[in-house]
Design a binder for this molecule. Structure first.
Ligand code: ADP
Ligand code: MG
Length: 282
């Protein structure tokens, strides 16, 4: 297990008039190399949850283990943890600040106290991993497009060589093409580097396409946890939480109700296509 969370509860402003339960008794384990999708309505606790995983937010109660060790045990270095559990915030480009792209990506590894050569090597590697062409490296990050800025921000986290990469809605505000490009890059990282991924997303379609596992948060509690296919079978309950299954899941269920003997638990457009072609004997 890379990450193990037990009975995690978080209350913001405890003991004040603004007391707010953000997480209630959440437990789960994440094995190495898993690609986990995390979904839930706004305010359901997703961002609070992931910020616990690299020690940015301290639990009100409960424990968080990284490779079996409690991250709040004595002598444990949260600084080390933060380089191993890389967190890409929502709108990460707001945190770009160096005068050029390359320097910005060097910032993280520089803080790790690595040698100049190692820092530069990691920055180059990370920029290549996110697919940002070399001609941009000397430019100011502020001259780039939205999608490119976001790649720079992701590269900054990758340059720390994390074992786990957590991304908080990395596609928010991007156009469909920018969105697919970022998600495809994440998928490549997952496959080529064996990186464990936790992806916070609003899009059921994206989760169905990329994630091995889906966790659904609702009012600070973990409501569902399983493969996307298992979780989407609860589409009626998901709706009650202000969520929905992928559109093809609805179409296949509707076809089934009309008496069309199609496989109904499809979750991606490709699966739906194959199920329909099969039905047509093609
Ligand atoms: P999500 O990422 O799913 O939208 P959050 O983790 O941001 O959810 O928020 C969970 C709950 O905690 C919400 O009710 C939110 O208003 C509250 N909350 C989040 N951050 C803070 C904070 N810094 N101070 C007080 N309440 C907060
Ligand atoms: Mg959030």
């Amino acid at each position: 297990m890379v990450i193990k969370v037990e009975h995690l509860t978080h209350i913001y402003g405890q003991g004040t008039a603004f007391e707010q339960y953000a997480l209630k008794d959440v437990s789960f384990e994440i094995p190495e190399r898993q690609f986990v999708g995390l979904i839930g309505h706004t305010g359901s606790g997703k961002s609070t949850l992931i910020q616990h995983l690299n020690g940015l937010v301290r639990p009100t109660s409960g424990t968080i283990r990284f490779h079996e060790t409690d991250i709040y045990s004595e002598g444990y270095s949260l600084k080390d943890l933060r380089s191993k559990v890389g967190l890409v915030f929502q709108y990460p480009e707001h945190q770009l600040f160096e005068i050029d792209v390359f320097s910005d990506v060097c910032y993280g590894p520089k803080n790790l106290g690595l040698s100049e050569d190692e820092i530069k090597m990691r920055a180059r590697e990370a920029l290549k991993l996110v697919g940002l062409k070399e001609k941009y490296w000397e430019q100011s990050p502020f001259e780039l497009s939205g999608g490119q800025k976001r790649r720079v921000a992701i590269a900054g986290v990758l340059a720390m060589k994390p074992e786990v990469l957590i991304l908080d809605e990395p596609t928010a505000g991007l156009d469909p093409r920018g969105r697919d490009e970022i998600l495809d890059q994440i998928q490549v990282l997952h496959e080529s580097q064996g990186m464990t991924i936790i992806l916070v997303s609003h899009s059921m379609e994206d989760i169905a396409k990329y994630a091995d596992r889906l966790m659904v948060m609702n009012h600070g509690e973990k409501a569902f946890d399983g493969t996307p296919r298992e979780v989407f079978e609860h589409y009626k309950e998901l709706e009650a939480m202000g969520l929905a299954a992928p559109q093809v899941t609805y179409i296949s269920h509707a076809l089934k109700e009309y008496g069309v003997p199609v496989k109904e638990d499809v979750t991606t457009v490709e699966e739906a296509r194959d199920a329909i072609l099969k039905l047509l004997g093609k």
